[in-house]
Write a protein that binds this ligand. Structure first.
Ligand code: ZN
Length: 479
């Protein structure tokens, strides 16, 4: 939370916001009832009791922002909702600023950010908001759906895991029930033919992260392009609570208490904080986490630096606390396969899928990241495999060969000598000498004004939107 706050503060300090921030409290919002979307008239709808809407309307020479988000009258929840909107705004403005610096920029361009929401209500205390985000870049529009559910009585968030008994494979159950429900649709054959269904319904948290709690059922939302590219609207699946059985813990409007351990399930660091006017570099560490990683995190925190960890799934399962700490420190977590056995380009589909999915599961047990980037073991990749993986593939342009040069000074000198703006540096956090090289590297490069950022942050700040199936070596070289 404190990182978010810092984000917000620097946003205001830097003075990105240009002209107007209008916060309008309106009493009528779009409401999602069990029947479908309708325009509700404020106080008359029971779903809206106690809710109001805040809006941020802002514009500059090359952008317009219209963000609307709910307020509940519950302080903690409202702050959460406000930050959520603010993060989207910060991220958008950074994108616009980066684009204004790029060669592709033309003076008459206007980018638009929209955020709107619908309300789904289970009870007076339990309420869900489904947000629709839209980004229009000079006529090219992209949209995203995400949700937030809250218990207003205790002012706590409701993550999916809180709704189900511990140790129960609820994602497996949701995958099964969702498929069942889809098979009742008239257009099921068409959906099946497109072949997206298995991937989209794989039992990982990310696939079921957009949900809402209605009176008697759980709503799951699958945006355009996830289950079908031909059906041009969000596909909503309703799972009756009765189908979820005893493992479902929301009973008579009562939820199990919010567990501090849920906080381990942290939102990922999606938003750039880097100053685009200064050089930046992405330190990346493969093959961990290891016993040396906590020391590395000490160094990163000491120098206010961030890094990206491409972890092995089998190690991530053991070093959960280290992984959570890395995320809290603002680091990005990527996938380096499950156990480093073999090259992705030599694997059959089943083995490849297991290497990737098992690692994603291990990461998602701790981290709530919207997309998990991949660094294939040995950097071995081709376009066919990259397309199959469907997420950004991150290689490197500076190799420290730290596994061979097991010497702190040689490793540090190598990085300092080769550093350039936009570089991605390959290291391994399973070697003592690598970790001890970090303070030397950071101190030397900070003198040259370098910022140490995550891979995603660096790409986005340099105006590159990371795309699935693309291979990145640095901000200069992309295939
Ligand atoms: Zn490796």
């Amino acid at each position: 939370m404190s990182r978010k706050k810092k984000n917000i503060m620097s946003f205001f300090c830097v003075g990105f916001i240009a002209v107007i921030i209008a916060t309008i409290i309106i009493n009528s919002v779009f409401v999602k009832n069990e029947g479908g979307i309708q325009l509700a008239i404020g106080k008359h709808s029971s779903a809206l009791i106690g809710l109001s809407m805040a809006s941020v309307i802002d514009y500059g020479d090359h952008y317009q922002i219209a963000c609307h988000y709910p307020q509940t009258g519950h302080k903690k929840v409202d702050e959460d909702l406000r930050l959520l909107a603010q993060e989207e705004i910060d991220s958008f403005i950074s994108l616009v600023k980066a684009h204004e610096q790029s060669e592709r920029f033309t003076q008459d361009e206007k980018w638009l950010l929209g955020l709107d929401f619908t309300v789904v209500r289970h009870s007076e205390d339990i309420v869900s908001f489904v947000f629709e985000y839209s980004l229009t870049k000079d006529k090219e529009e992209s949209t995203r759906l995400f949700s937030g559910s809250y218990d207003l009585k205790t002012e706590t968030p409701i993550v999916l895991g809180r709704l189900f008994a511990n140790d129960y494979d609820y994602l497996g159950l949701l995958a099964y029930l969702t498929k069942n429900s889809l098979s009742q649709r008239e257009d099921y054959e068409q959906i099946k033919e497109e072949g997206l269904i298995n991937n989209t319904l794989t039992a990982i948290n990310d696939n079921y992260s957009c949900f809402a709690l209605a009176k008697k059922h759980l709503c799951l939302y699958f945006p355009v392009g996830t289950l079908s590219t031909k059906i041009m609207q969000t596909i909503e699946v309703e799972i009756p609570f009765s189908a979820l059985g005893d493992c479902f813990l929301l009973k008579n409007g009562q939820l199990p208490p919010f567990n501090e351990a849920d906080l381990l399930y942290i939102s990922a660091n999606r938003h750039p904080k880097a100053d685009p006017d200064k050089p930046m570099i992405a330190l990346t560490f493969d093959d961990g986490p290891s016993i040396y990683t906590p020391k590395l995190l000490d160094y990163l925190e000491e120098y206010d630096a961030r890094a990206t960890f491409f972890v092995l799934g089998n190690r991530a399962e053991i070093y959960q606390e280290t992984l959570a700490r890395a995320v809290q420190a603002g680091c990005q977590i990527g996938n380096h396969g499950y156990n480093h056995i073999g090259e992705f380009t030599q694997m059959d589909d089943t083995t490849l899928e297991a290497q990737v999915n098992n690692t994603n599961c291990a990461i998602e047990a701790v981290v709530n990241q919207s997309r998990i980037y991949i660094r294939p073991p040995y950097g071995s990749i081709n376009q066919e495999v990259a397309d199959k993986l469907g997420v950004p593939i991150i290689l490197w342009d500076i190799d420290t060969k730290d596994w061979k040069n097991n010497d702190t000074k040689i490793i540090a000198d190598q990085v300092i000598k080769c550093a350039h703006d936009g570089a991605i540096i390959l290291m391994h956090d399973c070697y003592f000498n690598t970790v001890e090289a970090i303070p030397l590297i950071i101190k030397a490069l900070k003198e040259q004004e370098y910022q140490f950022v995550t891979v995603e942050e660096m790409l986005v700040t340099r105006g590159i939107e990371p795309a699935g199936g693309k291979i990145y070596y640095s901000t200069r070289v992309i295939k």
